[in-house]
Design a protein around this ligand. Sequence first.
Ligand code: 6PG
Length: 481
Amino acid sequence: MPAHFGMIGLGTMGSNLVMNIADHGFEVCGYDRDEKQRKKLQEVAGDRPVTTAATPEEFVAALQTPRIIMLLVPAGKIVDTVIGEITPLLSKGDILIDGGNSHYTDTERRYAALRDSGFHFIGMGVSGGEEGARFGPSLMPGGNKESYELMRSILEAIAAKSDEGACVAYIGNAAAGHYTKMVHNGIEYAMMQLISEVYGILKYGAGVSNERMQQVFAEWNKAELQSFLVEITADIFLKKDDDTGNDLVDMILDKAKQKGTGLWTSQSALELNVPLPTIDSAVTMRYLSALKTERKKAANIYPGHTAEAHPDAEQLIAAARNALYMGFLLAYGQGLQLLTVASAQFNYDINIAEVIRVWKGGCIIRSAMLNDLRKAYTQDPSLSNLILSPVFSESLQKHRGDMVSLLQTAMASGLPAATFAATLSYFDAYCRERLPANLIQAQRDYFGAHTYERIDKEGVFHADWENKAPTVTPPNKDLQE
Ligand code: 6PG
């Protein structure tokens, strides 16, 4: 019987997705050049409806038409190579899905090229890691709506489920799915950095033990901060190191790596003039963490940054909870504003409330807060920034003081809290009617005659800055001598 679905790339993610699809009663054929990977899949698949193919020809022949083929290979050139190898064997109307973390501009290019040669291309964000792939990921497909409809039943079956259904939806045109996944990852970077700053401030600023830290994150996970990242953070503090018996977290080198999706989010936001300093600073702090050797040298030169404040640990924990809530909220808000702007700019036609629904289960940034976010965007689909939504105005106002308290302890103790600081300033700047940017305009006009606008009348003006005296136009020329 011809298979309903084909998978190219049988690494852990690919194999887990194959198993997930097969568990829902669909016949799947997997292809990987590596015989070991094929064998491994066949072994774990047991009597599930899974076959493997040793050549692209065999693979293509095993699939029903129109073929639905997913690529789960590392993002970058390999995707183009695989597309180049497989398309000559396909028929018009077949569908290729790229399930990797591809850059949206690559997806735009592939989408257009494949459409021109008669194929359908779906760029699909897949979130949830290995576990998600196996038992229910969050899926963000973008591209041609008709081809999405052809695979919809399979995707809905395998996706995570929340109280609002399967965590998958047609996200929008062309690269909308991959763009959305990129923004998801930018928010992911921000949330992870905010959590790690809380950890650093509580540990080094108030001497909170790993044991207490575990309890704190576990408690937080029961209320408004309930989220996958807070949940796994609590778990992390329980894990012992096999070699030394110490808490494993203490044995891990403090250099955070990255594959680039956070950077892409910041790059795109800069190009689209969307401010998202929470995400920017989370990316930057990963780079800073990587400068371990330099940090070691600097710590010897500037040893003076020791704790000056000895705050009440429990008070600080309470402030940290609210600060983290506010930080998460503004990270989501910045990401969603970027998505709104990008959707208009690139004609993606993304429904933000639907994206939030898709993020409610299976993905790394899933959290209870998304319920309120969804409410805000459902009430007002044209919401430009969640700060402006009545759904959040009270809690943002209420939690600001706690973010300040957390930052005061951090700053007084020489503990980095770049992402919280950036977030607070973002909020304060966004909420100020008048910023000091008038001075920048004056400087630009001074040295470059770049002109400025005025608060009291329309138009574009240039001043003679060297001449400090005001240019007074006499009220009545006749009165002049
Ligand atoms: C997901 C994740 C995943 C990503 C990792 C690592 O949604 O399942 O976002 O796609 O690859 O989180 O990302 P970095 O290596 O850049 O931290």
